[in-house]
Design a binder for this molecule. Structure first.
Ligand SMILES: NC(=O)c1ccc[n+]([C@@H]2O[C@H](COP(=O)([O-])OP(=O)(O)OC[C@H]3O[C@@H](n4cnc5c(N)ncnc54)[C@H](O)[C@@H]3O)[C@@H](O)[C@H]2O)c1
Ligand SMILES: [Zn+2]
Ligand SMILES: [Zn+2]
Length: 361
């Protein structure tokens, strides 16, 4: 028997999101239904609403969530009703060429639920990143559920399901930040501030936070930034170089994802340094760089999918650091809101007023 619950959908490009009734099927083989307890508002949800990801409207938004498993499909063995889980959007297959080579964090064939959630009239929904968790309940692949210590509150734990994991992972997994490195992070929203926190966890020496908003820079200091740059008042590249003895940072993380910030990251990096792109560009964006500079500056230009995380490895580890007081996840939660408040949360995100608005259910 399917069930009807409330969920937040995006019906058409740019149109305000709507809270409406959605139909959630019972879990089939390999699937689970999760009662969502908290779901953060990530910029990627806004990208979906704006048509920046694809045109498969209507979208069921929300993908940064924690909750409790309600029911599982017949053949699901690693999960049972009552389990406390963080939802992940890269459930690894175990069989593709990346998985077979022991690099499951790059899995090229991640999976989602086979069945579709729908509107009451039967219209199929596209769940954001295969999750769709701005909803009382959602249907996912069982592999998208990662069990963690219930001692972590849903609002905090859920953040690891996307942006905060992506940011921390951009620093510690993709960027390979290690003790004594200098790190610059361009764009200190939820993702960028998490990259700052990740750089601190990894023992970086100098951590430079860049944003357009002073309040973001203040929050970034709380997560470990040693220096801040307001990009409205200073040239990002010159400022980062000035703070690194004129050379540039060992690792520069672009947590905005537009050509301008990518180019800044490219030139604000020391010779043989690393650029990590974790912000998500839109299909119209183009980059124009002198190929000789790409060669001559050496190093690595990397992209970070979900912080190159392995949910089964990284979620429980970060929850442990949180419960030990070594990672301040609560600091990312600017406000807790209801399911009906997502549109307003997008506006606050665009105005730069929040790190994370978290829907509590
Ligand atoms: N790679 C991944 O797996 C992954 C996961 C989650 C989110 N993302 C992406 O990361 C990006 C950031 O997400 P978020 O939720 O933190 O968004 P956000 O809107 O909260 O943060 C973006 C920040 O960038 C700042 N900014 C914008 N333009 C800037 C500029 N020119 N110079 C300096 N700062 C600038 C803004 O003031 C804001 O603080 C988005 O593109 C999102 O889609 C990627
Ligand atoms: Zn795989
Ligand atoms: Zn996200």
């Amino acid at each position: 028997m399917s069930q009807q619950v409330q969920g937040v959908i995006s019906r058409a490009k740019g149109a305000p999101v709507e809270l409406t009734t959605i139909v959630v099927p019972d879990p089939g083989p390999g699937e689970a239904v999760v009662r969502v307890q908290a779901c953060g508002v990530c910029h990627t949800d806004l990208h979906y609403r704006e048509g920046g990801i694809n045109d498969e409207y209507p979208f069921l938004l929300g993908h940064e969530a924690a909750g409790v498993v309600e029911s599982v499909g017949a053949d699901v063995t690693h999960l049972e009703p009552g389990d406390y889980v963080i939802l992940n959007w890269r459930a690894v297959c175990g069989a593709c060429r990346a998985c077979r080579r022991g690099r499951p964090q790059y899995c090229f064939d991640t999976h989602n639920a086979d069945q579709k959630m729908t509107l009451e009239d039967g219209t199929e929904l596209s769940p954001a990143l295969g999750i769709g968790a701005f909803a009382e309940k959602t249907l996912v692949a069982a592999g998208q559920c990662t069990k963690v210590d219930p001692a972590a509150s849903p609002a905090a734990a859920g953040l690891l399901g996307c942006g905060i994991m992506a940011g921390i992972g951009a620093a510690i997994n993709t960027g390979g930040v290690s003790r004594g490195d200098s790190v610059a992070v361009i764009g200190c929203g939820g993702v960028g501030s998490a990259a700052v926190a990740g750089a601190r966890l990894a023992g970086a020496g100098r951590i430079i936070a860049v944003d357009l908003e002073d309040r973001k820079l203040e929050w970034a200091r709380g997560f470990g930034a040693t220096h801040t740059v307001n990009a409205r008042e200073a040239d990002t590249v010159e400022a980062i170089r000035a703070l690194t003895d004129g050379f540039g940072a060992d690792v520069v993380i672009d947590a905005v994802g537009v050509p301008q910030t990518y180019e800044q990251a490219f030139y604000a990096r020391d010779l043989a340094g690393t650029v990590v792109l974790v912000g998500v560009p839109t299909p119209d964006m183009r980059l124009d760089l002198p190929l000789l500079d790409v060669f001559g500056r050496g190093g690595a230009l990397k992209s970070s999918w979900y912080g190159d995380c392995l949910p089964s490895r990284d979620f429980p580890m970060l929850v442990d650091l949180y419960t030990q007081g070594r990672l301040d996840l609560d600091g990312f939660v600017t406000e807790e809101i209801g399911l009906g408040d997502v549109e307003e949360a997008f506006a606050r995100m665009e105005r730069g007023e929040v790190l994370r608005s978290v829907v509590r259910l």
